[in-house]
Ligand binder design. Structure first.
Ligand code: AMP
Ligand code: ZN
Length: 480
């Protein structure tokens, strides 16, 4: 499998350090509010990557943090504390907010068929790990104390900007309008490992440390949680593209300074989902969250399909029209699958060749739009319906679009609905009466033969049995 590695800026063959086990790390949500559908795009794509690795036969150990402390709105130690902001907004404690939105996040994930990672660890659960790592960074002069806080000294590294070839000035922090510069920092991109003194006197969660009572910076959590559960090496680390700098850049800086060797081999970054007028945000306009989509009548699978139709490294524009197109295409696909008959023999060779076709597409940097196209190719195969269904099920282990499940539901619904062209007799009371139904069919035949006298006589007879009848398009309803 080839994957685009943001650290080397090219597509590379993916080779895990241990051929038996892929160690995967994903930056988790900051649980101060609902995840917006942009965040969920990243988690859908990471889910596809994990499932594809498993599909190829790898064992995967996937770890995810939950950011419940330390993440400031500026990503670079500036701005407001996100958790505190959430707690104040809802008049709850930080831990109540964390629980509420962690639960909401995993409910969204479940609705979108995003598998829960093998390990999920909240940042507040790992304080001793941060203290241990920061201690060594201070001892080895990679970190320094200033103004009561502990900072990582980025000037100690030969190559700090791993992901981008930006000019340093473009990346300068603390120069944005309205953001106060942290005078404690020796270099503009130095970042806080531990805060004791900061503008957040009201910080709810604080822990004792060798540098005083305080709390960790945001970046240190991912390095430590990854090391805690995956050891000294990570094969593949994922996140949205906004995480590349400064978050992942800082993760690499501190992890490699601590370990003394290379830490993670492959970096996968998911491009953003944007609205037509720009960046998706939790405060701007309509808050685009999964429950809003559901309230408007969209099935989460339609949103997943919308995401998979585009490549993860391309920005994706969200408009209701685009989502409607995906909804239409998804439901048409399900209808085509519903028209297949589940009975019959499966041709295993044909399923295998579909599998090879799918792998050829997905091996090329997780090309989900081409992977989805394979579904349409299956429908055109000269093979039994059962074979087609088996092939769809096989690749849907990765795509997770519930295709054959939704098709079975549609088949069931169609079976109970009146067939076009057929005369249907519908019992409204829930207690069908065979003799009445026979009479109503006879009445229909009489009407067709223009024997209206007989048709009227039957209506009276049925009325005499205590039923009212109503003619409807394509049939008749009767009830008491
Ligand atoms: P957060 O909860 O802000 O820490 O973000 C959770 C994940 O969503 C991170 O991997 C982000 O990089 C990613 N993310 C943030 N905004 C977007 C977006 N508009 N589209 C796709 N992914 C995003
Ligand atoms: Zn992270």
């Amino acid at each position: 499998m080839k994957i685009y590695n943001s650290a080397t800026h090219k597509k590379e063959e993916f080779v895990p350090a241990d051929p038996q086990l892929v160690k995967m790390y994903t930056c988790g949500p900051t649980v101060y509010h609902f995840a917006h559908i942009g965040n969920l795009r990243s988690y859908i794509m990471e889910d596809v990557l994990e499932k594809y690795l498993r599909y190829l036969g790898y064992n995967v150990r996937r770890v995810m943090n939950i950011t419940d402390v330390g993440h400031l709105s500026g990503d670079n130690d500036e701005g407001e504390d996100k958790m505190l902001k959430g707690a104040q907004r809802e008049h709850k404690t930080v831990m109540e907010i964390a629980k509420q939105y962690t639960d909401a996040f995993f409910a969204d994930c479940a609705a979108l068929n995003i598998k829960k990672p093998d390990v999920v660890d909240p940042a507040t659960n790992c304080i001793p790990d941060y203290v241990r790592v920061i201690n060594r960074l201070v001892d080895t002069n990679y970190a320094y104390r200033a103004g009561g806080n502990v900072y990582f000294d980025t000037s100690k590294l030969k190559n700090y900007y791993v992901f981008n070839d930006f000019k340093e000035d473009d990346l300068a922090v603390g120069v944005r309008e309205g953001v106060e510069k942290d005078e404690n920092k020796r270099n503009k991109n130095d970042f806080a490992l531990w805060f004791t003194k900061s503008k957040f006197d009201s910080q709810a969660l604080k822990w004792d440390s060798p540098w005083g009572v305080g709390y960790p910076g945001w970046h240190i959590e991912c390095s430590c949680i990854a090391m805690k559960h995956l050891g000294e090496n990570v094969d593949i680390h994922c996140g949205g593209i906004d995480n590349a700098f400064p978050h992942h850049t800082n993760e690499i800086a501190q992890s490699e300074a601590y370990l003394g060797h290379k830490w993670c081999n492959y970096w996968m970054h998911v491009a953003h989902l944007n609205t037509a007028d720009g960046k998706m945000s939790k405060s701007k306009g309509e808050f685009l969250i999964l429950s809003l989509l559901r309230d408007k009548g969209y099935d989460p699978m339609e949103y997943r399909f919308f995401c998979l139709q585009s490549h993860y490294r391309k920005n994706l524009v969200f408009t209701w029209e685009n989502l409607d197109n995906a909804k239409g295409a998804y439901n048409k696909l399900v209808a085509k699958i519903a028209a297949l008959s589940p009975d019959g023999e499966v041709d295993d060779e044909a399923v295998k060749s579909v599998r090879e076709k799918f792998i050829a597409q997905m091996d090329n940097d997780i090309n989900t739009p081409n992977g989805v196209t394979v579904l349409y190719d299956i429908l055109k195969l000269r093979a039994s319906d059962a074979t087609k269904l088996a092939a769809i099920d096989d690749i849907d282990r990765v795509l997770s679009l519930d295709l054959t499940k939704k098709a079975a539901e549609m088949r069931k619904k169609n079976a109970s609905a009146p067939k076009t062209g057929e005369f249907s007799v519908i019992c409204e009371s829930g207690e069908p009466d065979e003799s009445v139904e026979a009479l109503l069919r006879e009445r229909q035949s009489a009407k067709k033969a223009k024997d209206f006298a007989r048709a009227d006589a039957i209506r009276s007879e049925v009325a005499g049995m205590g039923y009212t009848i109503t003619d409807i398009p394509g049939g008749v309803k009767y009830g008491r």
